[in-house]
Design a protein around this ligand. Structure first.
Ligand code: GLY
Length: 586
C-alpha cells in the first residue's frame, strides 16, 4: 500500500482508537491543568531556550520571547528581528485570548510605482531583494510587548539565551546551507551580509560555527533599552544608514512610530471544537473558517480518498478566491468579515460545489498564475503548566528575506513588501494575487497567510501552525482535520499535504501525498493534479511546511508534542534526538 494511503488510513483508524480512549478517560475530572509544559519549534536550541525561561519561573509568554528570539538567531533563513510575526496568546488566569500583530508596515516611499521598471513591468528583483523589498520590522516590538504585558521575567532575562548563542555561535545545518545556496547571489551583494554569512570569503560549510556578534549586540541593546534599543538610537541609526547606502528610503520617524497591534482573534466553532485563529492582516483565520464551514456537513471520514480530496480542494479553491479580492490590512480596508464568516455564506459557496466535477477556476474571475513555494517562515507552539498557550508564526518572507544586513547591526531585513499586491493582478512569489484591498500604502501592513491556531474541545487543547507561504492555511486545515480525527501531535505534523489556491487551477501535492489511483480519479473529475517529478519542468517541491504542534488532554493533563519530520536540523535523516520538541514535568 502507498505511503499516503497508509497515512490516511492511520488518520481515520486513529480516530477510532481515540473514541475508545476517550470513553476510558471520561471518568476523569475535566479541567485538569497540564502536567508540565510542552514546546515545539523548528530548532532544538529555541525549544531549550523556552524551557530555560520556565525553569527560571517564567510563563509561556516569557518562553515565547526566548523561543522567538532564538529562532531569529539560529534560523535566519526563516525569520528574524528584521522581520515580523503573529502571536496568538491564551492567558489561563483570565481565559483571555489575544492576537499580537507584529506584521511589518510599508515605508512611505514604497509606492506601487517604485516596483515598476521604465517599461511599466513589475520589477521582481526590487520587490524581493535589497532595501525596497523590506517593510519596517515588527518582531522586536512584539518581544518587548509580550515581555512587558504578559511575561514575568524582564526582557534582559528572556533574551539572554539568544544573545549567548548569537555571540558563541551554533553549527550550520544542511537546511540553512540549502537556502543559502538558493539565495547566494543576493546574500553576496551586500557588504553587511557578506561579513556575517561569508566570514572567510566563502559560504560556511555544514558543521562550521556561525557567530553573529553584531546581532548579539543589537539584541543586548533591545534587552537593556526595550523598544528604544531597536527603533531609536544606535541600532535605528545604523539600519537607516544601511538602507540608504543601498538606495532605499526609510525615515527615523517610521522606525520610531512602529507599533504592535492587539487584535481580536477569529473565533468559530466546528464539530465541537472552538477554533481561535489569526484575523486580518492574516488571511488565514477567515479562509480556515470558510473552508471548515463549507466542509462541515459532509462526513469526510466515510468517503473514499478521491472524493474527500475533491471536496477539500473545492473548499480551498473558494476560500482562496475570496482571499484575493477581499482581504488586506483591516486598518486600511473594509473587510466583509461578518459575511465571510457566516455559515449561510459558507452554505452558498458549498452549493456551488459539484459532487463529481471540479469547478473550473475561470468560472470565478481572475488570471492564471505560476505556482511556486519556499520553505521560509517558522512556527512554534507552547503550553505551560498553568495552561497558558502561545502559537507564534514569524517570518522574513522568502529565504533570508531581502538578503540585506545593514552593516554593524546583524539584522537581516525582511522582503515582506512582496506580500503586497505591488502590481494589481500580478502574482507574488507564492503565485497568489491581490488587488486594491492589499495595495501598499504608507504604514499599511501586507496581507499574510500565517495562521497560528488554537483548537479546544471539552477534552483537548491543541496549538498548531506552520510555515509555507500561501500553503500555510491549507496545511493548518489538514492539521485540524487530523487533530479532529484523533491523531496525536506527531502524527498531525507528518500528515501528507495537498493544496489548491484557486489560481493556478490545480491541486498541488507533496511527493507521494496522493496514491496514483486517487490522482487518476481526481483527474477524471476534471482536476489538474501536480505530482512532483511527474512532468519535467513543472515546479512543485517534494515536501512542504514545518509544522509544530503541542496538545494536552484536559481530562488527565497529559501533554503531547510533535515537530514536522520533513525539516530536521542536523546531519542526515530525522532522528528522534534531533526532533526539537520537549515535554517536561510529566
Ligand atoms: N510572508 C509569508 C506570509 O506572511 O504569509
Amino acid at each position: 500500500m502507498k505511503k499516503t494511503a497508509v497515512f490516511w488510513q492511520r488518520l481515520w483508524g486513529a480516530a477510532l482508537v481515540c473514541v475508545l480512549l476517550g470513553s476510558v478517560q471520561a471518568r476523569e475530572v475535566p479541567g485538569t491543568l497540564p502536567q508540565g509544559a510542552a514546546i515545539a519549534s523548528a530548532h532544538h536550541l529555541a525549544t531549550e531556550a523556552g524551557f530555560e525561561m520556565l525553569a527560571k519561573g517564567g510563563n509561556a509568554f516569557d518562553a515565547a520571547v526566548a523561543v522567538s528570539a532564538m529562532l531569529s538567531v539560529v534560523e535566519p533563513i526563516s525569520s528574524g528581528i528584521g522581520g515580523g510575526g503573529f502571536f496568538l496568546l491564551h492567558e489561563a488566569k483570565t481565559g483571555r485570548e489575544v492576537f499580537i500583530d507584529a506584521r511589518e508596515s510599508a515605508p512611505e516611499a514604497a509606492t506601487q510605482a517604485v516596483y515598476l521598471d521604465a517599461q511599466g513591468n513589475f520589477d521582481r528583483d526590487r520587490a524581493t531583494n535589497g532595501p525596497w523589498a523590506a517593510g519596517i520590522p515588527g518582531l522586536p516590538a512584539a518581544l518587548v510587548h509580550m515581555a512587558q504585558n504578559y511575561g514575568r521575567l524582564p526582557l534582559k532575562e528572556s533574551l539572554q539565551p539568544a544573545i549567548r548563542v548569537a555571540h558563541e555561535g551554533f553549527p550550520v545545518y544542511r537546511r540553512l546551507l540549502r537556502g543559502y545556496a538558493e539565495r547566494r547571489a543576493v546574500m553576496e551583494r551586500y557588504p553587511g551580509t557578506r561579513t556575517v554569512f561569508s566570514p572567510h570569503g566563502r559560504p560556511l560549510a555544514e558543521g562550521e560555527i556561525l557567530r553573529q556578534r553584531d546581532l548579539g549586540k543589537t539584541l543586548e541593546r533591545l534587552a537593556e533599552q526595550g523598544f528604544d534599543g531597536f527603533y531609536r538610537g544606535l541600532t535605528a541609526r545604523r539600519i537607516l544608514q544601511g538602507v540608504k547606502q543601498e538606495g532605499g528610503r526609510w525615515t527615523a520617524q517610521e522606525l520610531a512610530s512602529y507599533q504592535v497591534k492587539e487584535r481580536e482573534p477569529i473565533r468559530f466553532t466546528w464539530r465541537g471544537w472552538q477554533i481561535v485563529t489569526a484575523p486580518p492582516p492574516s488571511s488565514g483565520g477567515i479562509a480556515l473558517a470558510q473552508m471548515l464551514q463549507i466542509l462541515s456537513p459532509w462526513d469526510l471520514r466515510s468517503m473514499d480518498e478521491a472524493q474527500r480530496t475533491h471536496l477539500i480542494a473545492e473548499a480551498m479553491r473558494r476560500a482562496y478566491h475570496d482571499r484575493t479580492f477581499y482581504l488586506g490590512d483591516p486598518d486600511f480596508v473594509r473587510i466583509p468579515q461578518k459575511t465571510m464568516l457566516s455559515p449561510y455564506y459558507a452554505a452558498g459557496l458549498r452549493s456551488t460545489i459539484h459532487p463529481d466535477k471540479a469547478t473550473p477556476s475561470v468560472l470565478l474571475p481572475g488570471e492564471p498564475t505560476p505556482f511556486d513555494e519556499h520553505p521560509e517562515t517558522t512556527h512554534f507552539s507552547i503550553i505551560d503548566a498553568e495552561g497558558n498557550r502561545v502559537a507564534g508564526t514569524q517570518t522574513v518572507n522568502l529565504l533570508f528575506g531581502s538578503g540585506l544586513i545593514p552593516p554593524g547591526t546583524g539584522v537581516l531585513l525582511n522582503n515582506e513588501m512582496d506580500d503586497f499586491a505591488l502590481k494589481p493582478g500580478t502574482p507574488n512569489a507564492f503565485g497568489v494575487m491581490g488587488y486594491a484591498a492589499n495595495a501598499p500604502a504608507p504604514g499599511k501592513r501586507m496581507l499574510s497567510s500565517m495562521t497560528p491556531t488554537f483548537m479546544e474541545s471539552a477534552d483537548k487543547v491543541a496549538v498548531l501552525g506552520t510555515p509555507g507561504g500561501s500553503r500555510i492555511i491549507t496545511m493548518v486545515l489538514l492539521g485540524i482535520l487530523g487533530v479532529d480525527a484523533g491523531l496525536d501531535a506527531q502524527q498531525v505534523t507528518a500528515l501528507p499535504r495537498f493544496h489548491h489556491q484557486w489560481l493556478p487551477d490545480a491541486i498541488g501535492t507533496e511527493k507521494g501525498a496522493l496514491p496514483a489511483e486517487v490522482v487518476a480519479k481526481l483527474r477524471e473529475k476534471g482536476h489538474t493534479v501536480i505530482v512532483p517529478g511527474e512532468v519535467q519542468g513543472q515546479r512543485s517541491s517534494d515536501a512542504w511546511g514545518n509544522m509544530q504542534v503541542v496538545e494536552y488532554n484536559k481530562r488527565n493533563g497529559n501533554l503531547g508534542a510533535g515537530s514536522d519530520p520533513r525539516n530536521p536540523v542536523g546531519k542526515g535523516e530525522v532522528r528522534r534526538s534531533s526532533v526539537p520538541v520537549r515535554i517536561a514535568g510529566q
